[in-house]
Design a protein around this ligand. Structure first.
Ligand code: IDP
Length: 149
């Protein structure tokens, strides 16, 4: 006889969160960290960094050639970014829920982008945060932003 499957517990995993230059400029770094911690995730690494063209080319490789790619890179070069590694069960999809939809106008109230972001009428979504979208992306992105972690 086979036993019924146990309800699955999400694996403990790590994700890369970025407070993008708009979020840092607006003084929202602490608010984003607060929401991550209030949700019950653990901060593993936090560092304010000035991104480089090379780092962004690797980070956003999947978007190369799209119309918003160059404006996105220019925006990400416009000031420091707070890079964060957060850990917890299900933190990869969990942080994406905290962040809300990519377009801050459409992001639900209660989310970081829904509560704190809006459309600034620019060519790129200045949507305050980034969060890895899969275990593969998380491993790749953590390696880019925190080599040696
Ligand atoms: P995500 O950040 O919600 O995962 P992605 O599709 O990975 O969204 O896009 C990366 C970033 O590129 C977004 O956060 C946003 O800043 C920008 N972006 C994505 N799609 C568009 C678009 O259609 N117009 C302008 N900017 C965009």
């Amino acid at each position: 006889t086979t036993l019924p499957a146990e309800p699955s517990t999400p694996a403990v995993e790590r994700t890369l969160v970025l407070v993008k230059p708009d979020g840092v400029r607006r003084g929202l770094s602490g608010e984003v960290l607060r929401r991550i911690e209030a949700k019950g995730y653990t901060l593993v690494a936090v560092e304010l960094k000035q991104a480089t063209t090379e780092l962004l080319a690797a980070h956003y490789a999947e978007h190369e050639g799209k119309p918003f790619y160059q404006p996105l890179v220019d925006f990400m070069l416009s000031g420091p970014t707070l890079a964060v590694v957060a850990e917890g069960q299900g933190v990869i999809p969990g942080f994406r829920s905290l962040a809300g939809a990519t377009n801050p106008t459409e992001a639900a109230p209660g989310t970081i982008r829904g509560d704190l972001g809006r459309d600034w009428g620019l060519k790129v979504q200045q949507n305050l945060v980034h969060g890895s979208d899969s275990t593969e992306s998380a491993a790749r992105e953590i390696g880019l932003w925190f080599p040696g972690l």
